[in-house]
Design a protein. Structure first.
Length: 308
């Protein structure tokens, strides 16, 4: 019970208070969600990824192990989503929206604090979470963009859009500077720290503004798709992660950190992608909202089962 209240008071309620501010301001002042989405997409996200990769201590063996886990885990999730899409006979932009809502986990402003809380700031488990965050930033800016545009745009236009995403350059730049041990001057590190600090609040405000702009209509088919997405993200996610670490023979704190990282709710990036490219924004916003709300129970349960 103490763990549940700790997660609720220190992680979930603060998130929803910021979301509520965005919701209220949108309803009363009419903020433009597209502008906020652009700020998140092109400025804050790459700055956060670069800063974490550059400053967190990560060994090459851990790097390889987590990357291998990530791609096996994502493949399993993709297969499960494809089966659901076929059974549900989803069409248009909905298959991509459903996949993105399941494949993209909130590894930054939810996963990082949960990792720090559950593992008491352990540097090994923090390294695991940062690698997952890096991959969860790269995939939406490549596959994610392709998926929401594949049914309506030419491939060359999609590749041009992907090539314009700053985060795909921020990742190799940070890794290269780490490898070469190049120190960043304060004139660069300080603004990076400012942007890192701004990211969480701005992303949550963007979600609140998008929720405030929605009609909140719950047709039976639409609400069923949201429920399926939330189930696949919060319940199937950690179960498939546990299967993956078992198949790979990963044990100890690394295995537990990987499972916890897979139990977090739907990423804000899935909603930002949906808004940015006008692909089922209402569905995507609802999956973020409800998965974040219900994760209070499921993430706490996952941590309890792992006996961290």
């Amino acid at each position: 019970m103490a763990l549940f209240l700790n997660i609720l008071l220190n992680n979930v309620i603060p998130l929803f208070l910021v979301i509520a501010v965005g919701f209220i301001v949108r309803r009363t002042r009419g903020l433009d969600v597209k502008t906020l989405s652009n700020i998140n997409f092109y400025i804050l996200s790459p700055a956060v990824v670069f800063n974490l990769l550059y400053t967190t201590d990560i060994t090459m063996s851990l790097f390889g192990q987590v990357i291998a886990f990530f791609f096996i885990f994502m493949l399993l999730q993709y297969v499960v989503c494809s089966v659901v899409i076929k059974i549900r006979k989803l069409e248009g932009g909905m298959p991509a929206a459903l996949r993105n809502s399941v494949l993209f986990a909130n590894s930054a402003n939810y996963g990082l604090p949960i990792n720090q809380l559950a593992f008491s700031g352990n540097p090994l488990t923090l390294g695991v979470q940062v690698i997952i965050l890096m991959l969860q930033s790269f995939i939406p800016n490549t596959y994610g963009i392709y998926s929401v545009n594949a049914h309506r745009a030419k491939l060359k236009d999609i590749w041009r859009t992907i090539a314009g995403q700053p985060v795909i350059y921020a990742i190799p730049a940070a890794l290269l500077l780490r490898f070469l041990e190049v120190p960043l001057p304060n004139s660069i590190q300080t603004p990076l720290n400012y942007l890192y600090t701004a990211f969480i609040g701005m992303a949550l405000l963007t979600l609140g503004v998008q929720l405030g702009a929605m009609k909140w209509t719950f047709a039976k088919k639409g609400s069923t798709n949201v429920a399926i997405s939330v189930f696949l993200r919060l319940i199937a996610g950690p179960l498939l992660a546990a299967l993956t670490v078992w198949m790979m023979g990963i044990e100890g704190l690394v295995a537990k950190a990987l499972i916890v990282s897979s139990a977090v709710p739907t990423s804000l990036s899935s909603m930002i992608l949906a808004v940015q490219f006008d692909n089922e924004p209402e569905f995507s916003s609802q999956t973020v909202f409800f998965s974040t709300l219900l994760s209070t129970l499921t993430v706490t349960g996952t941590i309890a089962v792992l006996q961290i």
